[in-house]
Write a new protein. Sequence first.
Length: 117
Amino acid sequence: QVQLVESGGGLVQAGGSLRLSCAASGRTSRLTAMAWFRQAPGKEREFVAEIYRNGGMTHYADSAKGRFTVFGDNAKDTVYLQMNSLKPGDTAVYYCYCETFGPATYWGQGAQVTVSS
């Protein structure tokens, strides 16, 4: 099993920046990819960005391209989401997600990000 713990959420004004962190523990040697999703009130959970552990390939949702950057530190089993130029529409609970060999998937508990106008 893998456990994911997010941190770094909070309240920020439009145009500001936040960095989310997701620390993985447990059977981290089996990790293949880590990702961020978000869920706004009344909306479905949506993909934001992902990074592959082997090689560091990344993918982004159109809404994140050019503003968000996902990067990882394999030595710390941690993935980050740097969010710049935040908009009120980015307000959501942000969830960390990972996949492992097996395969298996895991979710973190979520971190609230609120962007005020």
